[in-house]
Ligand binder design. Structure first.
Ligand SMILES: Nc1ncnc2c1ncn2[C@@H]1O[C@H](COP(=O)(O)OP(=O)(O)O)[C@@H](O)[C@H]1O
Ligand SMILES: [Mg+2]
Length: 435
């Protein structure tokens, strides 16, 4: 059998001074390095995973995304050796774990899968306490940890402790699955389509929870999905995989959306790349306009005057704490007859400066006047984003992305040209072919 040359993937610099025993640096993640990792299943002529080389930094959340059967799960399960590699190496935190006792290895790596994989005959507490108990934690430490983990994943310990998996909803089971995976405080967490079996709304919540958890814990997480939107939402970086786990592109969500490496990646990004891009930009990044406002304590006459003077046909009424309350039009004021109690249209949708442009666009599209109020931390009025501003920002954003992508492509084309020139002149850098 001929060995295929490794696909050269640029890797970040090796972290210096990482060589220690690494026994108890439990709270942060560890670097994962895969070197020419290969899997051949018996009876199959082609490898299911063909010489994957990549480095995942400590504390990073990397998503493997690719079509069904491309080798995502096989690659993932080789990291904790649930599947034994046929070739190549795995290093975790600088340590070569390719041949270490797989049972010991798995205790240092959390693993969460679809439909949670909980043991049905064990209670929630027993499921979560399983690995800490196996690695010899004391009874009280295990008990404390179970409470802590339930709390971490948003389940009331008192309520859920003694339940059996079948007494939980799909989303709750998935939460317990994550709690179990994290219980022994492993530096690495592997997740194989963990939210694949729950409904879209629950999935959205679980994704938000995972983002929050990761902000607190800084584990190294490898997350497998076939859903590109999920990859964009969760990944610090995304590895788009094609058949045999060949890396089509390994980069940040922004870079992949705006500058897909080839047709395969574009196909995977799919239609609506521009809309997906809106998920990566926040309201604070666009122009927020100031709007004329009055408060409920202002005398009616003054409110009249302000509306007249503002030139707009409309004014925003704030409550006593400065929070948006109602939109008031001139006509509303005419009909008010001395009281604002029944006048105007209540403000029922707002966004914060941290909301995505997609959220803002959705709010603007469902508002009959095409704008949305932006609020601060305590719900106070800070400005308004309207359809026109939003559209202008989106155009500018996409135009900037397009220019950057063109520049990159230009550079790529030049370096390819250079490569071809070298090859024609017979200058080989060792390998026959470079991707
Ligand atoms: N135990 C196995 N024996 C033989 N072939 C397998 C086995 N598991 C997976 N495969 C094959 O390896 C390829 C990759 O599978 P998998 O890693 O499960 O892909 P993915 O997770 O991307 O859907 C597929 O062609 C699949 O049929
Ligand atoms: Mg799979």
């Amino acid at each position: 059998m001929s060995e295929t040359p490794a696909v050269p993937v640029p890797v970040p610099d090796e972290r210096a001074g990482d060589g220690g025993a690494g026994e108890d640096r439990a709270t942060t993640g560890a670097t994962i390095r895969l070197e020419n990792l290969t899997k051949r299943y018996p009876g199959s002529p082609d490898p299911a995973v063909d010489s994957v080389t990549m480095e995942i930094s400590a504390g990073e959340l990397v998503v493997f995304v690719g079509p069904s059967g491309c080798g995502k799960s096989t690659t993932l399960k080789m990291i904790n050796r649930l599947i034994e590699p046929s070739g190549g190496r795995i290093r975790i935190g600088g340590e070569d774990v390719t041949h270490m006792d797989p049972v010991k290895l798995r205790r240092k790596i959390g693993y969460a899968i679809q439909s949670s994989g909980l043991f049905p005959h064990m209670t929630v507490a027993q499921n979560i306490g399983l690995v800490p108990k196996m690695v010899g934690w004391s009874k009280t430490r295990v008990a404390d940890r179970i409470e802590e983990m339930l709390d971490l994943v948003g389940l009331d310990p008192g309520e859920f402790h003694g339940r059996y998996p079948r007494q939980l909803s799909g989303g709750q089971q998935q939460r317990v699955g994550v709690a179990r995976a994290l219980a022994a405080d492993p530096p690495v967490l592997l997740m194989d389509e963990p939210f694949g079996a729950v409904d879209p709304i629950t999935r959205d919540h679980l994704q938000d929870e995972l983002i929050r958890l990761q902000h607190e814990l800084h584990k190294t997480i490898v997350f497998v999905t076939h859903d590109f939107d999920e990859a964009i939402k969760l990944g610090d970086r995304i590895a788009v995989l094609r058949e045999r786990s060949h890396i089509a592109q390994f980069d940040t969500p922004e870079a992949i959306l705006t500058n897909p490496a080839d047709d395969f990646v574009s196909g995977f990004v799919g239609a609506g790349a521009a809309l997906k891009r809106l998920n990566l930009t926040r309201v604070r990044n666009v122009e927020i306009t100031d709007y004329p406002t009055v408060t409920v304590d202002d005398p009616l006459q003054e409110i009249f005057n302000r509306v007249r003077a503002s030139g707009t046909n409309e004014i925003l009424l704030l409550d006593r704490r400065g929070r948006p309350y109602k939109w008031l039009r001139r006509g509303d004021l005419m009909r008010a007859r001395g009281s604002l109690a029944r006048a105007g249209t209540p403000v029922n949708d707002t966004v914060t400066r941290d909301a995505t442009l997609r959220d803002a666009l959705e709010a603007v599209l469902t508002d009959n006047a095409g704008r949305v109020v932006v609020t601060g931390r305590r719900g106070e009025y800070t400005g308004v984003v309207d359809m026109e501003t939003l559209m202008n920002s989106v155009h500018e954003l996409l135009e900037a992305d397009r220019l950057e992508a063109m520049e990159n492509q230009h550079e790529l084309a030049e370096s390819r040209l250079e490569q071809t020139r070298h090859e024609q002149e017979g200058v080989h850098g060792g390998g026959e072919e470079q991707a």
